[in-house]
Structure formats: C-alpha cells, structure tokens
Design a protein around this ligand. Structure first.
Ligand code: HEM
Length: 201
C-alpha cells in the first residue's frame, strides 16, 4: 500500500465532518429542544442526520471542480441516500410520521413527496452509473456529460421531496425547537445550491 492510500481522502474527511454537524444539529433540535426520547436516536433521528448528510455530499459533488472529490463525494452521497431509503422504510408508520397520514393512508401531499423521493433516487443513479469504469468510453463524451448532468434534475426532485414534507412548518419560527430552522428547509436550499452555482458560472 502506498502512503497516500493509508490516509482518508478529502471526500472521506468531508463525510465525517458533515455527519458530525448533521448529528449534533439533529440531536439538539429533536432530543434536547424537541423532547423526542433518546430511544428514537437509532432510527428516527439517525435517518434525519443521514439523509441531510447524503444530500450535502451530493450537492458538494456538483459544486466542486475537483474531479476525484466530486466522484467520491457523489458515490458516498448516493450510498447514504440508500441508507436513508432503507431507514425510512423501517419506520414509515403513523407512530413516527403522523403528519404524513390521513387516517390509515398517506395524504396526497405525502404521496407526492414520497414519489419525488423515489424519482430522485432513480434519477441520481444515472450519474452514478456514468462514473463506473469504462462507461465514459462506451457512451462517448457528449452523452457521458449529459448523464452526469442528470444529477441536477435529481437534486431538484430532492428539493421537491423536502419542501413538500416540511414546508408547513417553515413559516412558523415560534414552533421551531430551540429556534433551530427545520432540516427540510436547510435541505431544500442545499439541494438547489448546485443549480444556482451553475447559473452564476
Ligand atoms: C425511496 C425514496 C425515499 C423515501 C421513501 C424517503 C422518505 C423520507 C421520509 C419518510 C422523510 C422524513 C420526513 C420527516 O421526518 O418529516 C424524508 C426526509 C428527507 N429525505 Fe427522503 N426519502 C427518499 C429519497 C430521498 C433521497 C434520494 C434523498 C437525497 C439525499 C432524500 C433526502 C431527504 C432529506 C434531506 C430529508 C429531510 C430530513 C428530515 O427533516 O427528516 N430522500 N425522506
């Protein structure tokens, strides 16, 4: 093993910092100020921190001009997104997400939000596949670049997913635990950041 391989890459260090921030924020917002029992840290609150970290890595991948960092951050972001999808499935129940349900079923807004999430997960697979070895040569340069750019509509779907899930609470700062803004609001802005950065370039 050469010495460079023994050290964590920039993307791995970024992952650890982002996870530390999202876990501390989620722990403070939900457990310390929001009164959510600590027994719900392993799934419910971990799901919030994980999904937020996933999105942040995906957005950083699209903002960065460093090809290696972008590739690694994108893959890590996609991996954490898969964790978020699995975690969500285990607790998708009115006991955890009362606000998403009307009686036994999801509300129309919740169904649309979850469809946007599924759409995002599907579309984000396209740039991930594009980064696999040999795909660039097979697709040719133009198509390969188009596949990479599919991440932008993918992130737009994540923004829709988060906005529909959380926008009800965005305009009532008095109800925010510890006056900490909702993760869905922060996440929507993060998801839109790469598109805004691209327009400014
Ligand atoms: C099958 C696909 C998906 C499902 C079923 C799903 C499900 C959920 C659920 C149940 C929530 C919790 C809402 C709440 O606590 O109020 C959520 C929030 C969230 N999701 Fe997804 N999601 C999916 C895809 C994605 C993808 C691909 C991303 C991109 C990283 C993503 C990012 C987020 C973020 C950032 C939040 C806000 C965290 C929070 O405040 O709880 N989701 N999702």
């Amino acid at each position: 093993m050469n010495e460079a391989d023994a050290h964590p890459t920039r993307a791995t260090r970024t992952l650890l910092i982002v996870l530390a921030v999202t876990f501390v924020y989620s722990g403070l917002r939900y457990h310390v100020f929001g009164g959510v029992p600590w027994s719900q840290l392993p799934l419910y609150v971990t799901n919030k921190a994980t999904s937020w970290a996933a999105l942040t890595l995906l957005a950083l991948a699209y903002i960065s001009r460093d090809g290696r960092f972008a590739r690694e951050a994108g893959m890590l972001g996609l991996l954490l997104s898969a964790t978020h999808v699995i975690l969500s499935q285990t607790i998708l129940d009115p006991a955890y997400y009362d606000k998403l349900y009307v009686g036994a079923h999801f509300s129309a807004i919740a169904e649309t939000a979850l469809l946007a999430g599924v759409g995002a997960a599907t579309v984000l697979m396209i740039p991930a596949v594009a980064t696999l070895p040999g795909v660039r040569a097979n697709l040719g340069e133009d198509r390969w670049r188009r596949w990479l750019r599919a991440g932008h509509p993918g992130l737009a779907l994540v923004a829709l997913h988060c906005a529909l899930l959380g926008c009800k609470g965005w305009f009532a700062p008095g109800t925010w635990p510890g006056y900490m803004p909702p993760i869905t609001l922060i996440a929507t802005l993060i998801a839109l950041a790469p598109m805004l950065a691209r327009r400014r370039r």
